[in-house]
Ligand binder design. Structure first.
Ligand code: ADP
Ligand code: MG
Length: 310
């Protein structure tokens, strides 16, 4: 198993009476993209800010590359880049080139390194054409790409991104996605992303942490999340409309509904499949077709949120 590069243990953060992050623990493995998914106000930003040491948490610990954020923050930040929600970390009255030079200066890069790094980032994020235009004229997507480039100027090994695709169009989202994949696959970087965009998370992350009201409700790979929920969801086409006794009987196995002659059922457990088949057979109605429904991640997300802690 790959080594961990971020370890969050029993992280707790409250704002007065409100517990924003309630005792959560998780690891981020070197070279992965971990997605943090959750409804508004569930504690995603608070978690990222805690990892960055931007806020003081009440208890628990955060370690990045085996260093403690409370004790060795400056050392940690040398190998971390971050863009918090809204890309407000860059200067809108400067150009991308000037922003990059500014952030490179803060990070102590040499002039030669700055030029080389800036060229690479502008090119790979498709910003070269606008390198000398003021950021304030840009669309939200272009600003976001510029913020990404700046967060990456010092070649950090870890990137923390808060809602990087919020409100962005499909094309920019795709450019960002391709670039993030590239830096993970080709440069061995590690990325943590919070997002509302299920498609984005699904296509880019290997593991997803779902949080709700400051608590982790699910922590799995995309593959196992899908498997877990899709197997239990079936559509069965019948030759004729069944009698209500069949519906009564199978309602104990899971949530069932009938639309015309198609029976839709979400079984409580996969094992209920056998009694379901038996019930249909005994009702005398012929089964024409039997399909499983592949839940997309959005369904799964809603499902997990509804079920609460597992
Ligand atoms: P998310 O990023 O998932 O939308 P946040 O981490 O921003 O969630 O917020 C978690 C909870 O903490 C929310 O209920 C939010 O209102 C509250 N919160 C966040 N920041 C502050 C703050 N500075 N002061 C008071 N409450 C806050
Ligand atoms: Mg947030």
């Amino acid at each position: 198993m790959a080594e961990n590069c971020i370890r969050v243990q029993n992280l707790l953060k409250s704002y007065k009476d409100l517990t924003a992050v309630n005792n959560i623990s998780f690891d981020v493995r070197k070279g992965e993209i971990l997605g943090i998914l959750g409804p508004n106000g569930s504690g995603k930003t608070t978690t990222l800010k805690s990892i960055l040491g931007l806020i003081e948490f009440d208890s628990g610990s955060v370690e990045v590359n085996n260093l403690s954020i409370k004790k060795q923050r400056n050392d940690i930040l040398k190998s971390v880049g971050a863009v918090l929600e809204g890309a407000r970390n860059i200067y809108w009255h400067l150009t991308p080139m000037e922003n990059l030079a500014y952030f490179a200066g803060i990070r102590g890069l040499s002039k030669r390194d700055i030029a080389e790094r800036a060229e690479y980032l502008l090119d790979s994020l498709k910003l070269s054409d606008v390198a000398n235009k003021e950021v304030r004229q840009f669309s939200a997507g272009m600003k976001q790409k510029c913020a990404l480039a700046c967060s990456f100027i010092h070649d950090p090994s870890i990137l923390l991104l808060d809602e990087p695709t919020l409100g962005l169009d499909v094309e920019i989202t795709r450019t960002i996605m391709t670039w993030l994949r590239h830096v993970v696959e080709k440069e061995g970087k590690t990325i943590v992303i919070t997002s509302h965009n299920m498609d984005f998370v699904e296509s880019i992350c290997e593991r997803i942490l779902i949080i709700r009201k400051g608590e982790i409700v699910s922590h799995e790979t995309v593959k196992s999340l899908k498997e877990k929920f899709s197997k239990k969801h079936f559509l069965i086409d019948l030759a004729e409309e069944p009698q209500s006794t069949l519906m009564d009987r199978i309602s104990t196995l899971g949530e069932a509904s009938l639309s015309d002659k198609t029976l839709r059922i979400e079984l409580k457990t996969v094992e209920s499949l056998i009694p379901l088949m038996k019930a249909i057979e005994e009702s005398g109605v012929r089964m024409l077709n039997f399909r499983t429904v592949e839940n997309d991640l959005e369904d799964i997300f809603l499902e997990v949120i509804k079920e609460g802690k597992q």
